[in-house]
Every structure is written in C-alpha cells, then in structure tokens.
Design a protein around this ligand. Structure first.
Ligand code: AMP
Length: 418
C-alpha cells in the first residue's frame, strides 16, 4: 500500500514524499489504518520495521494544532528512544504547526515545563520523568486522545510496571491506547486486558526472529587476544559503520583508549556521559559522520542506525535478548549486515543458549569450537528479574524504589554499567 492511498493531510503527504517514504512497511500496513480509525491496538513489533512512523503519521494526522495542549502521549523506556520519536514526528509534521517534545530525566524540569507551557501537542516521555512532572508541575493529561506505550516489555523489564500502570490509571477520560512490545509476557497481557478496549491484535514478529539479511558471525578468541582480533577484523571486514558493544562503561572507555590512536573516526557512548554529548554522538553517528562507535547496551535497544554495516560484540552479550537487540542495529529495512561476536572459552554456555534460542546458524571466523558436549567453564546466567517491584508499596509510584535493572540496557541515568 502507498501513503498516497491514505486520506492524509496534504502537509503530511508532502513531508512523507520529502523523507522518501512512498510505500508502507508491513508493520505500517497492518497498524496504521486501525490507528487512523481510532481503534486500540496491541502490536508485537520491533523497531527497524517502521513502527515509529506507524504511530507518528496518525498522531500528526489527528492532532489539532489550534489547541495548544498535549493531545498525544508516547511513553518509551529510554531518552534516546524519546529523542528518536521526536525527530521522526518533527520530520513528518514539518509542514504543520504541530510541536513534538521529549521529557526525560537528567535535564531541568523547569526548562521542560517552560517548553510545555509554550504549547506542545505530542509529548514523548520516559516514565520516571513523566510521573515526577505530573506530581510537581502543572502538566496534565486530560486532553490526551492517544496514548502510545512503546517497548512495553522493556519498560516492564526495567522495573517500570507500577509507573506504567500509574500513567494508564491517570487517564480516566476516553482515549485511544496503542501498545507496542517485542514480546508479550503475562504482565503486558494483564495490562492490556485492564486498560485497552477491544484492541486490534497484530503480531508481526516471532520472538528473536532475526532479519534474513543479517549474518551471524562468531570468532573464538582468548580474552587477552580480543584487541588484536578486533584490529584484524576491522582491517579485513572494512565496515562502512560499526557499533562495538561492551558490557560496561569502564570496558567502553578502556577500549576507546586502546583504539583511538589506531582507528580513525571512533567515539564512545555510554550512560556516564551527559545527555547533550550522547545526543550529539547519536546524531553524528546517524549522519555517518562517525565510523566506529563503542557503546554499552544504551545503543542496543530500539535505536535506528540505518547505515551500520557491522555490529561487533567485543564483550559477549548477557543473554539471547541482549544479543537480538544489539545485532538488530544492523541489517535494518532489508539492508545487509554482519554481526561479529567474540567468544572466549567461558562464554560457551551462553553461546549455546543464544544459538538455540535465536535459531542461529553461526558462521565461524577461524577455529570452530566443539559445542556438542556440556560446557566446561560456562558462566552462571543471572536469573531474570522480570521487573518485580521491591520498594515500599505505600509510597507514590515516583517515590518507590525500583528494582535494579536486569542488565545494562537502560536510559543511562542511574545504571553505572551503561
Ligand atoms: P523504526 O522501526 O521506526 O525505527 O524505523 C526503521 C527505519 O525505517 C527508519 O530508518 C525509518 O526512517 C525507515 N522507515 C520507516 N517507514 C518507512 C517507509 N514507509 N519507507 C521507507 N523507510 C521507512
């Protein structure tokens, strides 16, 4: 289906043509007409599929620019995703008077509120900051007609279940709710049964399904040989752009120090840096002004780096889900991409589990290990925390203690690992 077959405002059509969106992606075909029709929706869909525009186009279509109030609210787990949404919405809305704005932690609430007072139609928010502002400022959600809950499973994994439910319960007036999630755990089913009305259900992905255009390469290395192996890999593979994933901020900084004199156009990004720097690095990487980006899992979830030809797991990912999110930064929208994962002998148990869960046929670079026997030195996998609340239940949601995050995928304000 083509965008010009939809009954959209001429300003939106013009913007879409300028961006270069002509036909709808499968996710957009299956969701956009329902969203435009005002239906509630639950979609199992991942980023990389055009999900952001599937929400952004109907929101820009439905918002009334003459009413200077928040008419659409998008809740996302990280600041980077919030900014990505605002960028996409602003592009689609560029010929209208519709304003999109993101609020997230680590930035002055007063300045954010100043912008909101000025008139914002589409608000993108991370849960903690939204709740803080609902408690401490004049921000109100009474005019919200569409509420989007994106990366719902990730939000719950990060311990935001009660925050999400609090926001849902704040909107007692009639509105449309759109819930996007890569997986559909019981908590999400429960939330949708409680808060959504006769939702259209769309399933667009199989859990952990990887794009066919992504090659999964693995290389057996001794821990002290990883740097050498990485430099050799860069020489032979010549990535157009690559994200090098490490498991911790320290690991990222150390690798950056080791590489900065040996590799051109390399930067490092993690949650220890201030937000302006991170935003600028993301922008420059997106515009292909940076070739190599060393990152924690802050870059692993949902973000769209359309041109990354390679993802290199310098540190072995914590589990199959993290592997999927990291490697999903390449091979986007049908483009070819290669994921190269360094495996040390102690990673074998997790490697087997990732290959099994993600149904990966590995391409081995160099020596192929024997994976048939039981692992000898497999590291114990940490139990899933599943976002259960551990704080006092008497406090308001924004004051409750959140459980420690499951892994280093985070918005980056509090987790020293990301
Ligand atoms: P997302 O899943 O929203 O992160 O989108 C992934 C990529 O697809 C982004 O680079 C978008 O700019 C691009 N995209 C989204 N919709 C379309 C479309 N209809 N045609 C071409 N590219 C698109």
């Amino acid at each position: 289906m083509r965008f010009d077959e939809l009954d959209l405002k001429p300003q939106i059509r013009k913007a879409l043509a300028e961006i270069g969106y002509e036909t709808l992606t499968p996710v957009q075909e299956q969701t956009l007409p329902h969203i435009l029709a005002g239906r509630d929706l639950i979609a199992m869909a991942e980023t990389g599929s055009g999900k952001t525009a599937a929400c952004a186009v109907p929101l820009v279509q439905e918002v009334d620019p003459a009413r200077r109030t928040v008419q659409a609210l998008i809740l996302v787990p990280t600041r980077e995703l919030a900014l990505q949404y605002v960028t996409e919405i602003s592009q689609i809305a560029k010929h209208t008077d519709i304003e999109a704005f993101a609020i997230y932690g680590g930035f002055s609430m007063a300045i954010q509120m100043g912008k909101l007072d000025h008139g914002v139609h589409i608000l993108v928010a991370t849960p903690g900051r939204l709740i803080d502002m609902l408690y401490n400022t004049s921000l109100r959600l009474a005019d919200v007609r569409t509420f989007v809950l994106d990366e719902a499973d990730e939000m719950l994994d990060q311990g935001f279940e009660q925050d999400v439910e609090f926001v849902l319960s704040c909107m007692v007036h009639k509105h449309q709710t759109l819930l996007f999630s890569a997986t559909m755990p019981e908590e999400i089913k429960r939330l949708s049964q409680k808060y959504l009305t006769d939702p259209v259900q769309v399933e667009l992905i199989k859990e952990h399904a990887a794009p066919a255009s992504l090659e999964h390469c693995f290389q057996l290395v001794k821990p002290h040989q990883r740097l050498e192996a990485l430099l050799e890999l860069i020489k032979t593979e010549k990535p157009t752009q690559a994200i090098l994933f490490c498991n911790s901020r320290n690991g990222c900084d150390k690798l950056y120090d080791q590489l900065k004199k040996k590799v051109d156009s390399i930067e490092v990004i993690h949650g220890g840096q201030d937000q302006n720097k991170r935003t600028s690095l993301f922008r420059r990487f997106k515009k292909q002004q940076i070739t190599y980006m060393i990152a924690t899992d802050i870059a692993g979830r949902g973000l769209d780096f359309a041109h990354a030809s390679h993802v290199i797991n310098y540190d072995f990912p914590q589990n199959a889900e993290v592997y999927t999110h990291r490697t999903g930064r390449t091979a986007r929208m049908g483009r070819k991409g290669r994921a190269v994962t360094f495996c040390t002998p102690r990673d074998m148990a997790r490697l087997k589990s990732i290959l099994r869960q993600n149904k990966i046929t590995p391409i081995w670079l160099g020596q192929e290990p024997d994976l048939s026997g039981p692992p000898k030195t497999g590291r114990r996998t940490r139990p899933r925390r599943g976002g259960k609340q551990v704080g006092s239940n008497n406090a308001p949601p924004h004051k409750r203690r959140r459980p420690r995050r499951k892994n280093s995928r985070s918005s980056g304000d509090t987790n020293p690992k990301s």
